[in-house]
Design a protein around this ligand. Structure first.
Ligand code: SF4
Length: 229
């Protein structure tokens, strides 16, 4: 697996658990607001982190960390992802996958083999705006399939959207609510200015707290729990 980063401890990435986060290299999307541009384009192999060193670290944290999160980039692009989840499970950790939902087959395998305990899937936009928002032609059938797999998985899960004002209108959330209708948990993530893939997005805005309340009300008609973070 191409590992571009390791966060040794996080209280934010797995609900109510202490987790390590492994960041994989490479992504099939080009979201202009992406905060991890160094994870989506090629870096020198010298900058990759040795997988053995990562597992040595995880072994040393048995009983101290609760969970391991695999994030990206897009982790499902890694050909040995299932094997990596297996190794992490064998160490006794809870596991979480962060994904953009473009690889439903890998997702289904991880679920069927009981290798993943929590899934977080990005919902980038209403279906008809996906290509524009992620900067790539998207297999929308795959994204829709992932949503259904996750909703029917019986696992703990969340859908989430980074909210950039210029990319998503308030009306768009009516369509997103329809798209993931019946979902359990959905998080609206306020875009925060920082380094972005497209430098023009570094000073983009999100909505005001009052506007987020309005968006929440729209979503709550179709989704059980809606949170803003
Ligand atoms: S924000 Fe978009 S481009 Fe960046 S890692 Fe996530 S899916 Fe890929």
């Amino acid at each position: 697996m191409n590992i571009a980063g390791l966060q040794k401890s996080s209280l934010l990435d797995y609900p109510s658990k202490i987790a390590a986060v492994i960041f994989t290299l490479g992504c099939n999307f080009r979201c202009p607001y992406c905060h991890n541009p160094n994870l989506i384009t090629a870096v020198s192999s010298k900058k990759l982190i040795d997988e053995t060193a990562v597992f040595d670290f995880l072994y040393s944290r048995k009983g101290k960390l609760d969970a391991v999160v695999i994030s990206g980039g897009e982790p499902t692009l890694q050909s040995d992802l299932i094997c990596i989840f297996e190794k992490i499970k064998n160490l006794g950790f809870l596991t979480k996958l962060d994904t953009n939902g473009t690889n439903p087959d890998i997702l289904q395998k991880l679920i069927n083999q009981k290798l993943v305990d929590y899934v977080a899937m990005d919902i980038k936009a209403p279906i008809e705006k996906y290509d524009k928002v992620v900067g790539r032609d998207v297999d929308l059938g795959a994204v829709k399939k992932s949503v259904e797999i996750i909703k029917n998985s019986g696992l703990n899960y969340e859908f989430r959207t980074t909210v950039v004002r210029s990319l998503l209108s308030i009306k768009d959330f009516e369509d997103i609510a329809e798209f993931i209708c019946g979902a359990k948990n959905y998080y609206l993530q306020k875009f925060v200015s920082s380094v972005t893939l497209d430098a023009n997005f570094s000073s983009e805005k999100t909505y005001t707290d009052e506007e987020f309340e309005k968006i929440k009300n729209i979503l709550q008609k179709k989704i059980t729990n809606v949170f803003v973070r």
